[in-house]
Design a protein around this ligand. Structure first.
Ligand SMILES: C[S@@+](CC[C@H](N)C(=O)[O-])C[C@H]1O[C@@H](n2cnc3c(N)ncnc32)[C@H](O)[C@@H]1O
Length: 211
């Protein structure tokens, strides 16, 4: 089980803060156990000593309009990376289409703070998107894909990624409002799905947020 206190850069450097020193701060968002024991979780400084529920509630007040979805027909190893990046960029939700189980290791416990919804089939996923009024955008290198670099991403959209090997399913491709490609210049046919997801999420961030 991945520890939230494990530093991504190595085990020897301890993450976080020790027990609270001095009179305890006031506020329901503080977790008495963390104040007493210290907070070694992989969270930004603003959330030090906050309870898990208080952190999620605060994130929920600020989540962005984009969702991400990844197809998981063969246990894709990139899902942890996608979840971690979705957490960092504050995606509304992560959707896993296909198999429910996924390898949590790469998520570095960020999945605890991220809403994750499972859809057993593409139909179920498309039904959710229709009801939620979220524009479905496939991300893959098809001959008719539009460059992500010049595409105006809708505020409320779901960016759907295929998995290593087969890539985006034909069902998602057909149902998507558009499919978007990330420009490549080298010899490889494609980039890693987790990397592609990070680039696409950041494209949305560049278009819709003030940094
Ligand atoms: C490694 S690719 C799948 C293999 C790919 N179908 C091929 O022919 O090499 C896995 C997923 O990463 C994403 N991806 C990889 N490179 C991409 C690119 N240049 N533009 C858009 N999506 C990309 C897509 O979502 C794709 O379904």
């Amino acid at each position: 089980m991945e520890s939230e206190a494990t530093a991504p850069w190595g085990a020897e450097r301890e993450v976080g803060v020790g027990p609270w020193e001095g009179p305890w701060p006031e506020g329901d968002h503080y977790d008495p156990e963390l104040l007493a024991q210290g907070d070694r979780r992989n969270v930004v400084d603003k959330y030090r000593y906050w309870s898990h529920a208080a952190i999620v509630a605060d994130l929920d007040t600020r989540r962005h309009g984009f969702h991400v979805a990844i197809e998981n027909w063969q246990h894709d190893f990139n899902i942890g990376t996608v979840v971690r990046t979705a957490n960092a960029f504050l995606a509304k939700e992560v959707h896993i289409i296909g198999k429910k189980r996924w390898n949590r290791r790469g998520a570095m416990v960020t999945d605890k703070y991220q809403h994750i919804r499972h859809h057993a089939s593409v139909e179920e996923f498309l039904g959710w998107a229709g009801t939620a009024g979220v524009v479905v955008l496939g991300v893959d290198l098809f001959p008719d894909s539009v460059p992500l670099e010049t595409y105006d991403l809708p505020r409320n959209c779901v960016l759907v990624f295929g998995q290593e090997g087969p890539g985006l399913s034909e069902q998602v491709r057909q149902a998507a409002e558009a499919t978007l490609s990330i420009a490549q210049f080298g010899s490889t046919r494609s980039i890693n799905a987790g990397v592609a997801a990070g680039i696409a999420m950041h494209a949305w961030i560049r278009q819709h947020t003030q940094v």
